[in-house]
Design a binder for this molecule. Sequence first.
Ligand SMILES: [Ca+2]
Length: 130
Amino acid sequence: MRDPEVEARKLKLRFRAATARIERAQRRRSIAHHLLRAVPVLVVTLGLVVGGFMASPWAPVATVRHLLAFPNCASARLVGLAPARRGEPGYYSRHDRDDDGVACEPLIRWSNSGASFGDEGRRAASALTP
Ligand SMILES: [Ca+2]
């Protein structure tokens, strides 16, 4: 004779196992769904990056340095692209406030006529004057 208590416990265990299997399968489907949704974003991003590099007039390393120089002149100096002339990697018009075609000039520019302030020197001087 079967014990109804034992049968109920066995049934409960089988039910729990089946539920766990279903939940695992749902989790796997959810992960796969999210990965599939990420694929178009990754493809578009990769396309933009590759397209950007192909459209760049400079070699990939110079292009990366140019992009790293974007935030400010300290960044441009850090990647060795300062000063930069117009058309060269590292040149951004926003880094050339006097619009003389040279971005991120040194603080003080030396010439035969003496020392003069570059963009950053002028910026620093104007920041000091009230
Ligand atoms: Ca300049």
